[in-house]
Design a protein around this ligand. Structure first.
Ligand code: KG4
Ligand code: ZN
Length: 334
């Protein structure tokens, strides 16, 4: 079964053709990041306009690369939530039009579920149930994936997402948007114990996260040093901050796994590309005798291949939409 997948929730216009949820026949990603860099973050209005320009050529390219025509496609999966509403609407309306004109079924697909599904492509043997740490620019969740389309939130951030905290810290150090990737790279050359940063906890919610205090602490550290004219080693700041964020994420994730008695752990989302997070969890899971899975780095960020994977499982479980499908800026993964 071949799924044509469409993704436009943030600043990447993407399309892919995926077979049986696991085999990527094509994957095209048109990124707008260079334009948003000028403004230090995603400008929603610009994002919507660029999606509208890119969607037709990107979908056409995905079909060509897979060497298929629309007649070969069994379903059209589209990201309909969560994300920037104007951006989502471009993909959703395009998919609705295509579905209406061809009679191909339309499958609404949740963006965070798709991030989890990137693991089904990178790890062909992976099957639910498992516990997943979903960490992106907008979300930080611990999710019990009971089945391909059945999820339960175990923990979540109370304020900033991990990716957001990485990006804000990076911006304070003069790195361009999205700074998480560069901060991770610079951290490799620094000492993670150089600066003592807090590990905020949420009382009575042992699996929840809070990153805003940690973000403020590192921003204050940078500003205070600048005011005093004291030069601080950027690599040390990056390494200490990265260590603190990864420490918070892994502590709660491993605690949840232990308490729930789950020994299959998975990570997903843009921040799952973080080198320290990948290494720490791989080492800890090996020590604890748990199975550990992560997506290839190329599938951590937004793409449509992951939408084609999740879309397949949504479709076979009967999740099909009508042409009254709408997009939603927020929606629970459950
Ligand atoms: O999943 P994603 O591509 O978009 C959303 O759905 O939000 O995640 C993007 C986020 C950005 O905040 C970006 O800085 C972060 O993922 N990110 C990283 C790394 N690569 C991407 N954060 C830390 N270390 C990385 N290597
Ligand atoms: Zn994403």
């Amino acid at each position: 079964m071949k799924i044509l997948a469409i993704e436009s929730s943030c600043d990447e216009t993407a399309a892919a053709v995926v077979e049986n949820g696991r085999k990527v026949l094509s994957s095209v990603v048109a990124s707008q990041v260079e334009e948003h860099k000028l403004y230090g973050g995603v400008v929603p209005e610009i994002a919507s306009r660029r999606h509208a320009e890119a969607i037709v050529p990107v979908v056409r390219q995905a079909l060509d690369d897979a060497d298929v025509i629309l007649k070969d496609i069994d379903a059209i999966a589209v990201t309909y939530a969560p994300g920037l509403i104007g951006a989502l609407l471009v993909g959703v309306n395009f998919a609705k039009g295509l579905s209406l004109s061809t009679g191909i079924p339309l499958v609404p697909t949740h963006h965070l579920r798709s991030h989890i599904a990137s693991n089904y492509i990178s790890n062909q043997e992976l099957k639910p149930p498992f516990l997943c740490l979903v960490v992106s620019g907008g979300h930080s969740h611990i999710v019990m994936v009971e089945d391909y389309t059945k999820m339960k939130i175990i923990g979540r951030t109370r304020d900033d997402a991990a990716g957001e905290a990485f990006d804000k810290a990076a911006r304070t150090m003069g790195m361009s948007y999205p700074g998480g990737i560069e901060l991770d790279r610079v951290a490799e050359g620094g000492n993670p114990l150089a600066f003592k940063l807090p590990r905020p906890v949420v009382h009575d919610a042992p699996y929840d996260f809070s990153f805003s205090g940690l973000k403020t602490a590192v921003i204050n550290l940078i500003h205070n040093s600048a005011q005093k004219g004291v030069e601080i080693n950027k690599a040390d700041v990056c390494a200490s901050f990265r260590y603190a964020v990864v420490d918070c994420l892994t502590t709660n994730f491993l605690r949840a796994a232990k308490d729930l008695n789950v020994n299959k752990l998975v990570i997903a989302g843009g921040v799952s590309a973080n080198s320290l997070l990948r290494k720490t969890l791989a080492d800890e899971c090996a020590r604890l005798g748990c199975e550990f899975y992560m997506p290839d780095k190329s599938l951590c960020g937004d793409n449509a291949a992951m939408v084609g994977s999740q879309g397949y499982y949504e479709f076979i479980s009967g999740n099909v939409a009508d042409t009254d499908l709408n997009a939603f800026a927020t929606m629970s993964i459950e």
